[in-house]
Design a protein around this ligand. Sequence first.
Ligand SMILES: Nc1nc2c(ncn2[C@@H]2O[C@H](COP(=O)(O)OP(=O)(O)OP(=O)(O)O)[C@@H](O)[C@H]2O)c(=O)[nH]1
Length: 310
Amino acid sequence: MTPESQDDNPTRAGFAALIGEPNAGKSTLLNQMVGAKVSIVTHKVQTTRARIRGIAMHGPAQIVFVDTPGIFRPRRRLDRSMVAAAWGGASDADVILLLIEAHRGLTDGAQAIIDQLKDLGQGTPVALVINKIDRVKAETLLALSKQLNEAYPFTETFMISAEKGYGCPQLRDWLARAVPAGPWLYPEDQIADLPMRMIAAEITREKLTLRLHEEIPYQLTVETEAWEEKKDGSARVDQVVYVARQGHKGIVLGKGGETVKAVGQAARAELEEFMGRRVHLFLQVRVRENWLNEAERYDEMGLNFKDGDG
Ligand SMILES: Nc1nc2c(ncn2[C@@H]2O[C@H](COP(=O)(O)OP(=O)(O)OP(=O)(O)O)[C@@H](O)[C@H]2O)c(=O)[nH]1
């Protein structure tokens, strides 16, 4: 279908912001809607740093998702930048989806988000999306839905399991109608506008997160320094893992370099699958004690350094 052939069925397009507490399931929902892995999902909280977008096509509608970092109470500069990015994404959007975890209900954190929505959400439709319904009984859900709808005048309520896909078709149908009429914002075959370098860095960071202990992944960042297209169709990708302490470098490297080697192999395999061609991945580990306070690191993550001032 081309936009020109749509006279009787005009195209629609718009941005949908996903907001919610850390771990609410935003990345899982994004992957479910878009049907491709564009944002990393792990069991650890606060894994989403960049404002990654995924694009879902639904009939004549194009829905561009803004996957925001979990909104929470920021303490450090990085945290404050992430929260500012999350609210920035929400205020620019045509529709907002607030994800609430069914088994946790209206937590203090969820209430804080609702309070902020009251200032920001005026005029923008906000759908309540109760996620992880596979974890609770139907009665609990109905009571929770009532309680939340008393706390905020949501345009619509959906009860879903982002993981299992329950309720997701209904949500997609609604989104397709909720975005404004207008031409598509991206070519139909483009599933994510995240630059390939950033996707590659996210993949490596995910592998590191899965392999290392809780504390270190939060204090490391991965950047793709160089990307070279080879004549044989393969790509050479050079990445740097920045850690905040000398001691962490040893942990990331592992005994005889075995940890970084395993991470590199896993990341390369996934990157090759994602790109459908061969990749030569080279990882370096560098200590950069102050990376959490360096403006360039924030640019690489798609965040605004100044938003972390406070
Ligand atoms: N049982 C169940 N678990 C789910 C569901 N959706 C997501 N999860 C799990 O919840 C955890 C968090 O999901 P994510 O998608 O990473 O959450 P997020 O909101 O993107 O998290 P941040 O990036 O930290 O803000 C993962 O372990 C998911 O597998 C669901 O419908 N049911």
